[in-house]
Design a protein around this ligand. Sequence first.
Ligand SMILES: [Zn+2]
Length: 404
Amino acid sequence: MKIIAAKWLFDGENIQRDTAVAFDEKIAEIGTFEILETRYPDAEILRLDDKSVLLPGLINPHVHLEFGANTTHLKYGDFMTWLQSVIAHRDELIDACHAACYRRQIQEMLETGTTTFGAVSSYGKELTACRAAPQRVIFFNEAIGSQPAAVDALYSDFMQRLEESEKAASDRFIPAVALHAPYSVHPVLIKKILHETPQKPLSAHFLESPAEKEWLQEGRGPFKYFFESYLGQSTPLCHPEAFLNLLEGRKTLLTHAVQAGEREFDLIASAGHAITHCPRSNRLLGCGRLPIEGVKKRKILWLLGTDGLSSNRSLSLWDEMRAALMLHHQAPLNLFAADLLRAVTSRAADALDLPVGRLKPGCFADLVTVSLPDAPDNEKSVATQLVLHTEKIDRLYIQGTQHV
Ligand SMILES: [Zn+2]
């Protein structure tokens, strides 16, 4: 048993003072240090100083490790221009990312406090690195392909990758399913996959760019030119609402939803889907700002993801929280900072149905400690100060084992 006593602690919901946590693989108890010390006399004890904060390990539900070699290759500012640059550089970028490139990204997430990540995988190349990662991994095997003639081949390739990932399944490695987007996966393929994988966690990009919205809702715009010239396809595969109907009965992590309107948010709320918000990716690809007020008003679970290095400059959730804090300038600062901490801990755990993200008895002991430059003088500002100042974490535990 280990005990960490902290002057400041974020339990996944709120900031607390002078609290200690006793844990081995799971959290055994939360209470005052004096009580826990008496109850567990043989425990290894760590007393943090007044500048330090103990909190649950962070959860990044959406990252693409396969594009980790990108630095200056891709064009930013507009989604379609970016997409064309991804197509132009895809082979080069995928070939450039080998074991060391995956390890570097996993290490960056570890050093910035991410104890669980969702890896969206198009080809399965990063499977070995993810299996070896110290973190808990949700391995989202991604389906993509819009041509009806290719559905059977795409389905069999998808199932092969899913089965390969199933061989590694454990409580720390969770095989899962991703549907690339409503414009890029044929509805027949979606139905076959969902029918075959009823229990698997599910993720999908959804209404990311203005071009996607225009194409799906009105069948025109730059995506029309794209689909006509690359794939000989002149009408969209399905309306956004029809796509949500396909997901009926499956709580899904919808990534982006920046261009969703009132109607789509109502449907997302009533279906119990979550939204993974990636503000830096949205900014770089010219997609707009997620209207977070509408998301919060409907009590939709919203999480924070970094997306991949194809549309970001780091995989740090602290960098992502800082961007979100500045982007949503209308939100009350301290309350929103605390809400961002919930997005990367307890809310993400709820959306993924994982027993982590809270400092609560019974949860896995996925914990991090961080240091502020100076001791805060009241609990109201701790969340804001954490978001503003944290670069790397001091210590990191996954299921009670220290990795940093
Ligand atoms: Zn993505």
